[in-house]
Design a protein. Sequence first.
Length: 148
Amino acid sequence: MLMRTDPFRELDRLTQQLLGSPGTPGTWSRPTPMPLDAYRVGDEYVVAFDLPGVATEAIELDVERNVLTVKAERRPPDVGGDNVEMQVAERPLGVFSRQLFLGDTLDADGIKADYEAGVLTLRIPIAEKAKPRKIAIGTADQHKQINA
């Protein structure tokens, strides 16, 4: 099972969406949460994070004690020179972060990550021990043979 770990960070994200502070960049000590989608496909969970305009080398993925942390930093664009006068700056800049709790039913060692078109996609496999399995039913005669 995949769960969010920090309800206060989620509350901050919702407050920021409602009250709006798009020009305020996130910092390493107070990062801006990034939007995500999470769903299950067969024997894996897929989590997609929106990170448009973020360079691949500016994304960090860490797993520690079943907590997955995704951090990314969007830097201001190099618009070239001192003669540039910004007219509109609405795209959020700064540090973005999100933490997810990976339940014991997920295989944290098997996570695969792809980044394409501004979307970071993680594929987290279901652990073998959590997959459904058949249990053979024995007979009383078999138990007697084993104990003899």
